[in-house]
Design a protein around this ligand. Structure first.
Ligand code: ZN
Ligand code: ZN
Length: 428
């Protein structure tokens, strides 16, 4: 039996990898415009980091961690998300002693030992960002505006931005009790998960995806009504800023994050029409996180987008990510004795930054032309006896099928002009 990729993983081959590259480049470009720089961390960390930094009460840590022991018996875990790794790196390198705020973005694979099903993988990909060192509501608004710009940059036009405030530990305390008083009499109407959750962390009942729970908790007390004055002002400022900048959003009382280090703004991005799990990403403020893993008392906010889900949404919206290879020039050799000249020309083209290729299967001239056409080459250069002897190259424009002779000495400027011309013609 040939070896296959492990369960819950998959390969990205061309031409699909072009879509990934285009999407990642767009996202990175937007992050750059908003002043973010890339952080890269190891794909595995000490298990303890995620237990403390993601939280032992979460599904991620209690059910989905990809944990293993290395040969020295250390417990390591493939990162299930990036925020804890970013905070760990910040503390380890004392990055907060430099210029604040720190604005970091990341892009890469994450791992969860989940049951692989309907678009959920054990190795999946996220693009995200974190800001450390500012508790300004304007940073929350900026993060949200950047997320919206990112969705637009990859061509997603239909999305819903849900936001809420989860307050701070002090305003959540009084709310938790009122929510418990509300839930206790109806606890038997809830799903088994929620019955268990309600004791340890009643807030998590609010974001249960089961419809019976959704029904049962209708009319529940709202966290919004329990915000302390600082948290209420913060949330108002975020919403006012978004409104002023023309960003559409929806306040969502059920959007909560149950852990103590989450504070203030929480958000999710939903795409209509991609199924029950319509969230493509989310994030929020976590002013208590860095301190919770023994770092300085530094506020933070971040988000992550699921790239598999973004691609799925793009396919549903028929958005056109580039699907074609961008080969510009194909060098066709008429006879084997001119291979060396073809290699020299190819090298010159590439030196000039032109995407160029040639045949490596000793195909006949006709077959080379066919290959060039299938590869989407804009121009084909013919290198044959006449050309080499008389010092020119025959160029076939694959778009308008015109054929011209170009002097070998002025080859690169002439090719550059032709490519430019084609691009302009195609743009019109
Ligand atoms: Zn508060
Ligand atoms: Zn439930």
């Amino acid at each position: 039996m040939p070896i296959k990729a492990p369960r819950g993983t998959y390969d990205i081959l061309p031409p699909d990898s072009r879509k990934w590259q285009a999407m990642e480049q767009s996202l990175k470009r937007v992050a750059h415009i908003y002043g973010y720089e890339e952080i890269r961390t190891p794909v595995f960390e000490h298990t303890e980091l995620f237990e403390r930094g993601v939280g032992e009460g979460t599904d991620i840590v209690s059910k989905e961690m990809y944990t293993f022991f290395d040969k020295s018996g250390r417990s390591l875990t493939l990162r299930p998300e990036m925020t804890a790794s970013c905070a760990r790196a910040l503390i380890e390198h004392s990055a907060h002693t430099g210029l604040l705020p720190l604005k970091w973005f990341y892009c890469g694979p994450m791992f969860r030992y989940d049951r692989p099903q309907s678009g959920r993988y054990r190795q999946f990909h996220q693009f995200g960002a974190e800001v450390f060192g500012s508790s300004s509501p304007l940073v929350d608004a900026e993060v949200l505006m950047m997320v919206v710009r990112m969705l637009q940059s990859i061509g997603l036009t239909e999305y819903l931005l849900h936001i809420n405030s989860v307050g701070c530990p002090s305003c959540r305390d009084s709310y938790r009790q009122e929510l418990l008083d509300f839930i206790n009499p109806i606890v038997n109407d809830l799903c088994p998960d929620c019955r268990q959750r309600s004791r340890a962390n009643p807030l998590r009942v609010l974001d249960c995806k089961e419809s019976r729970c959704h029904e049962a908790i209708k009319g529940h007390p709202r966290l919004l009504d329990h915000l302390c004055s600082g948290c209420a002002r913060h949330y108002q400022r975020v919403r006012d800023t978004l409104t002023r900048q023309g960003i559409c959003f929806e306040h969502d009382d059920r959007l909560v994050r149950g852990l103590d280090y989450y504070t203030n703004t929480a958000f999710e991005i939903h795409i209509p029409g991609i199924g029950a799990q319509s969230a493509v990403g989310g994030g929020g403020r976590y002013n208590g996180l860095v301190k919770a893993i023994e770092g300085p008392d530094l506020p933070g906010i971040g988000f992550a987008l699921g790239l598999e889900r973004l691609l799925l949404a793009l396919e549903k919206q028929d958005s056109a990510l580039p699907g074609k290879r961008d080969l510009e020039v194909f060098v066709a050799v008429m006879e084997a004795e001119y291979e060396d000249e073809a290699v020299t020309i190819l090298q010159q083209l590439r030196d000039a930054g032109i995407v160029a290729d040639k045949d490596y299967l000793e195909r006949k001239a006709r077959a080379q032309l066919k290959y060039a056409d299938k590869s989407g080459a804009a121009l084909v250069l013919f290198v044959g006896a006449d050309e080499v002897k008389q010092g020119f190259v025959t160029v076939r424009n694959m778009i308008n099928k015109e054929q011209t002779a170009i002097l070998r000495t002025g080859l690169i400027p002439a090719i550059t002009r032709l490519l430019h011309h084609n691009e302009e013609a195609q743009a019109q």
